[in-house]
Design a protein around this ligand. Structure first.
Ligand code: MLT
Length: 201
């Protein structure tokens, strides 16, 4: 998988960046560097190409997801993160999956549905991608999520469902909702930074 690794201090969490539709491995680096300037960064590029735009899984139309691609790409992403962690000697349990939009969606799906040593997620403007019969036990997981209450892509109902999935798995969840659309705003970045600073162990 195309990626960049920026090595910094080893006693900080490693930020694993998952961009939104049309982004690439460089898109979220400035935000990551702002959030935790001393943290190493592993940033991945989604391998699906939609009319020239990078994504982490296919879709048929806006909000209509290709669920076969979603499951295949979730496994692929999980495998790549584990391989890259080994390659760069990184601890999976200290990684924070940091995604925006499409990247947040696959990152949240991974934590909800795969058994994994990954336990930290920071998901900006995230949504639930499919109905889940069951979710993983997530008692060790700590998740930060944001939602724009005027987001045309993510309904209140969808976001509540996602919160319910994380809560029912037993994850420690911080939800930051704000009256905006799908774009990133300074208030949520500031709250995300507070959450990162407060992470236990
Ligand atoms: C998705 O496709 O993951 C969501 O609709 C967000 C986006 O437009 O990328």
């Amino acid at each position: 998988m195309e990626h960049i690794f920026i090595e910094k201090s080893s006693d900080q969490p490693v930020l694993v960046l998952l961009h939104g539709t049309g982004g690439d491995e460089h898109s979220l680096v400035p935000i990551a560097e702002h959030l935790l300037p001393e943290a190493s960064i592993l940033s991945l590029r989604g391998r699906v190409n939609e009319n020239g735009m990078n994504r982490f899984f296919k879709r048929h139309a806006e909000g209509e997801f290709d669920l076969v691609s979603l499951e295949e790409e979730t496994d692929y992403l999980h495998g790549e993160i584990k391989e890259l962690a080994q390659k760069y000697s990184l601890e999976l349990s200290k990684m924070v999956l940091l995604g925006y939009s499409n990247g947040a969606n696959i990152g949240a799906h991974l934590l909800l549905t795969r058994e994994t040593p990954l336990r930290l997620g920071m998901f900006f403007h995230v949504m639930s991608l499919r109905k889940l019969e069951k979710v993983q036990t997530m008692e060790r997981q700590q998740i930060w999520l944001s939602h724009g209450t005027m987001d045309p892509l993510v309904t209140e109902e969808n976001y509540s469902q996602l919160l319910h999935y994380f809560n029912s798995g037993g994850a420690k969840v911080r939800n930051f909702s704000l009256p905006v659309g799908h774009g990133l705003h300074p208030e949520e970045i500031a709250d995300a930074q507070k959450w990162l600073d407060s992470l236990e162990g």
